[in-house]
Design a binder for this molecule. Structure first.
Ligand SMILES: [Zn+2]
Ligand SMILES: [Zn+2]
Length: 262
């Protein structure tokens, strides 16, 4: 069977940052998946679902109710494509999450982001943009999210938004042992590691991603593929992730059960 037959990270018009509100409907996403031979789609719109922590202005309208309604209305299986309705939730500091266990139980899966450092007013910032400081910050966020009991998958791990130019140097500042420890938390909890199109932006970033994904595999993590598509054209990039599937020599048992139909 085809290994890359799922995309567990797709944004619909419900996400505030969606670039094409007419094109990114569940129906059109399903049709594009069917045409491309993709068998499972995971809708992962941004959400804030923790009443104990006030949402930022950007997150405030992105409530869980809209996702629950979408999950109720979207046929799970049609045209040969299974559609899951999950969410992309937030870590604003280690131990502080934008979703509660009750809210997490209302959706099919939780992509728990822990590197949205571009939200400078809302998400705790590293001591500086130096690779070592960013590395320590990213590791603390990752370990907390992976061990939170809230995450199904960690999306775009160590793709530190807002600090994109520093990513290769930041990854280089993290030792194999540190990565192995951090990914061990995810492996122990059965939390998936996303392989994202965002890793392919340039060669240094791709090579850095390959190193950390290799260590994740050695630590026993399972993976899911995701485009993080915010518009229809981005969905078509899923196949580019074959670079990582091949380089990591991934087999079906390396994939998260949810991605395999479980
Ligand atoms: Zn994200
Ligand atoms: Zn996303």
């Amino acid at each position: 069977m085809k290994l890359i037959d799922h995309d567990l990270h797709v944004h619909t018009y419900l996400s505030a940052c969606c670039h094409d509100r007419e094109g990114q409907t569940p129906e059109r996403i399903r049709a594009a998946a069917a045409a491309g031979g993709v068998r499972t789609i995971g809708l992962a719109d941004h959400v804030w679902a923790n009443p104990d922590v006030p949402a930022s202005a950007w997150y405030a309208p992105q409530t869980i109710d809209r996702l629950v309604a979408m999950r109720r209305d979207v046929p799970r299986q049609a045209a040969g494509v299974r559609v899951l309705v999950g969410c992309e939730a937030e870590t604003i500091a280690p131990g502080v999450f934008g979703i509660t266990p009750d809210a997490a139980a209302c959706v099919d899966f939780v992509q728990l982001a822990c590197s949205h450092f571009h939200m400078t007013e809302f998400v705790a910032q590293p001591a500086s943009a130096r690779p070592r400081d960013l590395a320590d910050h990213a590791l603390a966020f990752f370990r907390s999210a992976a061990g939170s009991g809230l995450a199904t998958v960690i999306p775009h791990p160590f793709l530190t938004l807002g600090f994109q130019e520093v990513i290769p140097a930041m990854v280089a500042a993290i030792s194999d042992g540190q990565f192995t420890d951090a990914f061990g938390v995810a492996a122990e909890r059965g939390v998936g590691i996303e392989i994202t199109v965002g890793y392919l932006a340039n060669a240094p970033r791709r090579d850095a991603a390959l190193r950390l994904l290799t260590l994740a595999k050695q630590a026993g993590c399972r993976f899911s593929f995701g485009t993080d598509a915010h518009e229809p054209a981005a969905l078509a990039r899923l196949g580019e992730l074959a670079f990582f599937a091949d380089a990591l020599d991934l087999a079906e048992h390396d994939l998260l059960p949810l991605a395999r139909g479980g």
